[in-house]
Design a protein around this ligand. Structure first.
Ligand code: HPA
Ligand code: MG
Length: 235
């Protein structure tokens, strides 16, 4: 147990694995998640899943707060929410539900439109990654507040390449939100504007994150990201 002093001078207890630094929830390497038998896992994945890493409810609660922070910063002008497919689609849908709720119930509201991009990247090991954006006409970004919605960021190279392409459309503002960011020494230090959870350098699946297209359907309401079994290739 770690202790911290609140603004009011009272001592508050923080569990060792959650550090609230007003930017993200940090999940440390030693945090082993939850026993999978306490959750509803589809039979066809039971063998492949080791532990439940971040429960669904926690993702949704964190997403609600991200929506509030985003609307505070971006909510004075038309927003284009840009989903990075395929992994971003669940987070995108849930984040937009929260943003719509804020728009509906707040004193002020702005139009929120959506767009989708799929990224093809080349030269994965190169420090300057080359990408192409598949199948989208993005001229609608011009003059708008653009929110790029991503599921997970590892090195950040693909995101940096995407951002430099999006700037060609001359948006008024671009911000990036990623549900997850990995703590890895392969990263040159890129950090998005909003982060759901900062996680250890482990392969996670569920909540639309896949391994060879499998596990995207691990999104029943009880759990989400899970660490694959140690025998799995991508552990
Ligand atoms: N899981 C799924 N997709 C990913 C990951 C991961 O851990 N990292 C980068 N893409
Ligand atoms: Mg992604």
């Amino acid at each position: 147990m770690k202790k911290t002093v609140t603004k009011t001078g009272k001592t508050a207890a923080l569990t060792y694995w959650v550090v609230i630094n007003c930017k993200t929830i940090l999940i440390k390497d030693e945090d082993s998640g939850y026993n999978k038998n306490l959750f509803c896992i589809p039979k066809h994945y039971e063998e492949d899943i080791e532990r439940v890493f971040i429960p669904h409810g926690l993702i949704l609660d964190r997403t609600e707060r991200l929506a509030r922070d985003i609307m505070q910063d971006m909510g004075s002008h038309h927003i284009v929410a840009l989903c990075v497919l395929k992994g971003g689609y669940k987070f995108f849908a849930d984040l937009l539900d929260h943003i719509k709720a804020l728009n509906q119930n707040g004193d002020k509201s702005v139009p929120v439109t959506v767009d989708f991009v799929k990224i093809k990247s080349y030269c994965n090991d190169s420090p300057t990654e080359k990408i192409s954006i598949v199948g989208e006409e993005l001229s609608a970004l011009n003059g708008k507040n653009v929110l790029v919605v991503e599921d997970i960021i590892e090195t950040g190279r693909t995101m940096k390449a995407l951002l430099s392409k999006l700037k060609d459309y001359e948006p008024k503002m671009i911000k990036v939100v990623s549900l997850l960011i990995k703590m890895t020494n392969r990263s040159p230090g890129y950090r998005p504007d909003y982060i759901g959870f900062e996680i250890p350098d482990k392969f996670v699946v569920g909540y639309a994150l896949d391994y060879n297209e499998y596990f995207r359907d691990l999104n029943v309401s009880t759990y989400e990201c899970c660490v694959l079994v140690p025998t799995g290739e991508c552990k």
